[in-house]
Write a protein that binds this ligand. Sequence first.
Ligand SMILES: [Zn+2]
Length: 280
Amino acid sequence: MTVEPAPVNHGIKFLRTDIGEDAVIEALVDYVTTTARGTTLEKGEVKISTLEHLMAALSGFQIDNALIKIDSQEVPILDGSAKPYMEQFVAAGIKDQGEPRKIFTLKEKIQYTNESGCEVVLMPDDDFSVDLMLDFNSKVLGNQYARFNRNTNFVTDIAPCRTFVFFHELEPLFQHNLIKGGDLDNAIVIVENPVPQSELDRLAALFNVRTLERAPEGYLNHLELRFSNECARHKLLDIMGDFSLVGVPIRAKIIGYKSGHGINTQVAKKVREAYLNSLK
Ligand SMILES: [Zn+2]
């Protein structure tokens, strides 16, 4: 995958080089099809999946125009965060294209609650900010909170936060081919209750990891947390990625409670509608 510069008003687009020169899809919420374990866009035969962390990196770095060339459907998950993308953007540098950014200022509150009690609210505000709360009804991952506002350093405080999975989800995911050996390198694993070492050894063999232990805080020991609330910060990263699919930077306060890609993109669709209406 390569990220290339693009002219003013180009927006963010993906080109599937393995399909052909015309296999382009705009990074817009209009094309979201599925949101299970990541956000997927589809336009005809052009499909792009797990783009949210790359999109968050682009939006966090205020990159409005880029052409992403990719030779397969799946955007690389790398370490499960946006850090590797961010490092490449920092190394490559960003060019000011000399045009004022188009920004959509939300005029009316948009609120959505789903049947699982997840909620995303956007309030008009003169700045962009996110307040994120998660609550997994879990001893290890109960209430956790993260914020993003103009004082937050996206590069150091949000981009490095990795995705997470519960220990009891690992084996079903493995059996359904949704994760594979080696994938433990790019996710925090939450272990609710002590697990017999024999069980951990069995999973270690399945995932090709030398040894697995449950750390006292309730996480698997194969990686160290980058922040005590890394999971909430990651959900915030996901929100930023999903809302960048509105297609224009937004000025609003986003409040996410138990949010995920499904509800994020449903609300982002409403925001895009409001944006398109504002142009009429
Ligand atoms: Zn994510």
